[in-house]
Design a binder for this molecule. Structure first.
Ligand code: SF4
Length: 430
């Protein structure tokens, strides 16, 4: 497990939703000792909050996909007016995302949300901020202070301010922006501390992955509040995924980050799925459901592996909850190795597949039967794990690769031919 930077935790939710702790390792605002909570996954609804039925349906969908916390936008009074009914019908902590109008924050607190997000770039009247702090203090709600790059750029005296602030981090590429983010946080949080309010989380997002890494690294040295990580406006899923994983993965590998929100110009369900997969990959969360291993295929493939992998992925997602390893491999080169390490595995040959359960061969079947049989074996194995008959990760026997005479047909023959050709043996590289 990666070590985590200790922070003063905040708590979201209530008896009905369950309490989600974000951060930990330092005493909380009540002086209680704490340990770091697992990194949580957040997302935000894409529809209108005032459209209650659709908003509730979207929250249910995101919660079922694994979101620990869901944020909703409340730009208008009709949105905060919808919150009591939304809270009534949902069972996950809800955050009200407030910009420009501090009264939306007060209304959201009154409605019973579980956290408020404020942006120092657009709610910066001291008295208004104090009103929100006091309302949250009375309701015992945390506040996230989110300084997004796009909303805090100083437009007045821009050149002079850039020079003045940029001098603080002159050796860094994003010096001016880093300085302005930290200066905004310092002055904003001073208002919170003056009110003796400490249940705060911080975010400092940018669309630039390297800027995100620099900003959170600098902030983590200066504040002991939990950090909400994100790359904002990351773009479509296809490229936003890379940008987000680079930034968030680098930070979390260094112990920085307590909750994540991946942002895509797409259905937020992908934000939840990819956020969870990122945490699983870093060993920061216990996996729920199967871990799928699959080869990228190459010129040795003799089945339609791409379709098979997508079909297996969909079936596992809906039918398997135990964190078993499932391998779908294209041939005998890496098939046996991955199958040995997996709980359930198939490796393919010439229009056929051999299925293994914890190293034990259980079937050699035609291509068209692979999906159903593999899933049946996964379900059977899941039942055995649940009954205590089997244990995840146990390997019963070493796999003996299939007989070169052709148990899997010409796939193996191709291997054998390559071996005979000898010299620059490339088998084994995937
Ligand atoms: S050599 Fe590797 S990538 Fe190619 S089909 Fe076999 S297992 Fe898949």
């Amino acid at each position: 497990m990666l070590s985590r930077r200790p922070t003063k935790p905040i708590y979201l939710g209530n008896e009905k939703t369950g309490i989600v702790q974000v951060g930990g390792g330092l005493p909380d605002s009540q002086g209680r000792e704490t340990t770091p909570a697992p990194v949580s996954v957040q997302t935000m609804t894409a529809g209108y909050t005032h459209d209650i039925d659709k908003c509730v349906a979207e929250i249910h969908k995101l919660h079922s996909a694994g979101a620990d916390v869901v944020r909703v936008a409340v730009p208008e009074k009709k949105d905060t007016a919808a919150l009591p009914e939304i809270l009534n019908q949902t069972n996950v902590p809800i955050v009200a995302d407030v910009h420009f109008h501090f009264k939306r924050a007060l209304e959201a607190v009154e409605a019973g949300v579980h956290k408020i997000r404020l942006n120092p770039g657009n709610i910066n009247d001291r008295d208004q901020v104090i009103d929100v702090i006091n309302a949250c203090k009375d309701a015992q709600l945390p506040i996230r202070v989110g300084v997004n790059e796009g909303s805090i750029i100083e437009r007045r005296d821009k050149q002079a301010r850039a020079k003045e602030l940029g001098a603080f981090f002159s050796e860094q590429k994003h010096g001016y922006m880093l300085a302005i983010m930290i200066a905004k946080l310092e002055e904003y949080l001073d208002i919170f501390y003056e009110q003796d309010f400490h249940d705060v989380a911080i975010s400092a997002k940018s669309m630039d992955a390297t800027m995100v890494i620099d900003a959170y690294t600098e902030i983590s040295k200066r504040f002991d509040h939990p950090l909400h990580l994100g790359v904002t406006h990351a773009g479509p899923k296809e490229t936003g995924c890379i940008r987000s994983v680079v930034a968030l993965g680098s930070l979390m590998a260094n112990g920085i980050g307590d909750t994540v929100r991946i942002s895509y110009a797409n259905d937020p369900i992908y934000e939840v799925e990819d956020g969870l997969e990122l945490l699983y990959s870093l060993g920061l969360r216990e996996r729920i459901g199967a871990e799928l291993i699959a080869c990228p295929t190459c010129g040795r493939i003799q089945v339609d592996l791409f379709t098979l992998v997508q079909d297996v992925r969909a079936k596992l997602a809906s039918e398997i909850q135990e964190p078993m390893k499932v391998a779908v491999m294209g041939c005998v080169v890496n098939g046996p190795g991955e199958a040995e390490g997996a709980d359930v595995a198939v490796f393919a040959g010439n229009k056929r597949g051999i299925i293994y359960v914890q190293g034990e061969k259980v079937a050699n079947i035609p291509e068209e039967d692979i999906l159903d049989r593999l899933l049946a074996e996964c379900k059977d194995f899941q039942a055995k794990v649940r009954s205590g008959e089997a244990k995840l990760g146990d390997k019963k026997v070493d796999i003996v690769p299939p007989d070169p005479e052709g148990e899997l047909g010409s796939g193996w023959e191709k291997m054998a031919a390559e071996r005979i050709k000898g010299a620059e043996l490339t088998v084994g590289e995937s």
